[in-house]
Design a protein around this ligand. Structure first.
Ligand SMILES: NC(=O)c1ccc[n+]([C@@H]2O[C@H](COP(=O)([O-])OP(=O)(O)OC[C@H]3O[C@@H](n4cnc5c(N)ncnc54)[C@H](OP(=O)(O)O)[C@@H]3O)[C@@H](O)[C@H]2O)c1
Length: 317
């Protein structure tokens, strides 16, 4: 009995391995547009795909970012300046992409640009703090997708949306986690709608990786700013000790953050180049072994796990 089960499992894994290693053809003819290529995953992915011979259209937020990428890559890679929070910037980039790809259409769209801060306990933050993050991570991603979708449909290509393990389990207050839950929701409906156009949609869910997004000094500075902007009433209700534990908790998790950024860019590459891409890619051991399994636990257990080591707010009961 057990032997049959093991044999079935091995057969399943072999079939999956064989299916997943098949790649699409004519890579040098395929254009891939990536947002947020100044640093982190976007920067690395642009270089990686350029090295594989694809035609990379890399969108950077700054001129310096674009120049740096251009210096590190082949003459094939083209850059454009894009701020995903500005409709005119998106429209200009979409027109530029259309000119680059011509009748072939756009094979791949990688929505990678994102920010994390302002983050902190929710009551310390304002509507503008939430909007700032949602505008980049969710609304910007949606507008870029809608603007480029006709070109992706023409190529019967791929949409790759970067969510996060924080789109499965809310770890911090502020707009970051809601934006990533939103990316999951948007991608799910998009995948079903585009199936009959032969466009495939994949979601990337990284755990913690050492990129500028979660740089310790940047996070600390962000939290200091949030504390200094909060009203005296809020500070009194929660207390400095409660607030500070957010940074302490973040620092405790630092050792789990991986420097192997290629785990994420390899997943993105697979989503773009495999004939049968996955719907979701969990990247990093923390995502696979902690965030994902814990997200399936009963809510009261998850709440306990995430709060048991935290101090109570100053005026909490
Ligand atoms: N690092 C992690 O642990 C982790 C985990 C889960 C998910 N993610 C997701 O992975 C994606 C990439 O992040 P990363 O970790 O590689 O961090 P990153 O190095 O900070 O990359 C984010 C990129 O987005 C750009 N960007 C910021 N605001 C923008 C805007 N308004 N318009 C266009 N581009 C903008 C940034 O430009 P500047 O550099 O010029 O600011 C940067 O190039 C994000 O969506 C993030 O949420 C990261």
């Amino acid at each position: 009995m057990w032997l049959y089960l093991v044999a079935l499992l091995v057969l399943y894994l072999l079939c999956r391995w064989y299916r997943e290693r098949q790649t699409v053809s004519n890579l040098p003819d395929k254009h891939v547009f990536i947002t947020g290529c100044d640093s982190g995953f976007g920067h690395l992915l642009a270089k990686q795909l350029d090295g594989r011979g694809l035609r990379v259209l890399a969108a950077c937020l700054t001129e310096q970012g674009a120049e740096r990428l251009q210096q590190e890559t082949s003459g094939r890679l083209q850059t454009v300046i894009l701020d995903v929070t500005k409709s005119d910037s998106i429209a200009a980039a979409a027109a530029w992409v259309k000119g680059q790809v011509g009748d072939r259409g756009l094979w791949g769209l990688v929505n990678n640009a994102g920010i994390r801060d302002p983050a902190g306990p929710n009551e310390f933050l304002s509507k503008a703090d939430f909007t700032r993050v949602l505008d980049v991570n969710l609304v910007g991603l949606i507008e870029v997708t809608l603007s480029l979708l006709p070109l992706v449909r023409r190529a019967q290509g791929r949409v790759v949306n970067v969510a996060s393990a924080a789109g499965r389990m809310s770890l911090i207050g502020g707009g970051y986690c809601p934006s990533k839950y939103g990316v999951e929701a948007f991608s799910d409906s998009l995948r079903r709608e585009l199936r009959d156009f032969r466009v495939k949609v994949s979601i990337i869910e990284p755990g913690g990786f050492r990129t500028p997004l979660i740089d310790v000094q940047r996070v600390q500075k962000g939290l200091e700013q949030v504390w200094s902007c909060a009203s005296a009433n809020i500070k009194e209700a929660y207390g400095q000790q409660y607030f500070d534990c957010h940074f302490e908790k973040f620092k405790k998790f630092l050792f789990t953050n991986s420097s192997k950024l290629h785990l994420v860019t390899d997943a993105m590459e697979h989503a773009l180049m495999a004939r049968h891409p996955r719907t979701r890619y969990s990247c990093g051991w923390d995502a696979k072994l902690f965030y994902l399994p814990v997200s399936y636990l009963p809510t009261s257990w998850t709440d306990y796990l995430l709060t048991c080591s935290m101090p109570k707010p100053a005026q909490g009961i």
